[in-house]
Write a protein that binds this ligand. Structure first.
Ligand code: SF4
Length: 160
């Protein structure tokens, strides 16, 4: 069964340990700028949410990539990037409704969550269990999509 990352913004404290764990896993450095997960903070509202790829069922990033760099891993169901094929055109960034695709200016390639091969470090190291990897039954998917829709609207307001 498909497994999905579920974020609970009510539990997130914006400690950013998830960003450190992610960057360490993928780059060997504790550098939030290189993390595949980004904690968005709205201090005035005391609202924090970790923004990470939703590995959408019909992923627009896969659809728009002109080089076929983005595919779905059949084992983990994660949308993954083949960096050797990525030409850094950033079409996937534009297509992503959540703004969850990152870009490395030094590498000139996109960077994104790959679910750490099925054992995400952000889940392992979040001290507050704000991020969980769970089996995606219909109820969970509905909840994630509802949250995704809220997030999408929030991001629109932020970008205005
Ligand atoms: S580690 Fe958990 S609580 Fe800390 S910022 Fe990340 S999601 Fe939020």
């Amino acid at each position: 069964m498909e497994r999905v990352l579920l974020v609970d913004p009510d539990k997130c404290t914006a400690c950013r340990i998830c960003e450190l764990a992610c960057s360490a896993k993928h780059t060997g450095a504790f550098n939030p700028a290189k993390s595949r997960i980004t904690v968005e903070t709205f201090l005035e509202d005391n609202f924090f949410f970790p923004l990470v790829c939703q590995h959408c069922e019909n992923a627009p990033c896969i659809e728009v990539c002109p080089t076929g760099s983005l595919t779905r891993n059949p084992d983990t169901q994660a949308v993954v990037v083949d960096e050797s094929k990525c030409i850094g055109c950033r079409m996937c960034q534009i297509a992503c409704p959540f703004g969850a695709v990152g870009y490395s200016a030094s590498e000139r390639k996109i960077v994104k969550c790959d679910l750490c091969g099925g054992e995400p470090e952000c889940v392992t190291f979040c001290p507050w269990q704000a991020i969980t990897l769970i089996e995606a039954d219909d109820a969970v998917l509905a909840k994630r999509r509802a949250f995704g829709a809220r997030l999408k609207e929030a991001m629109k307001e932020v970008k205005v």
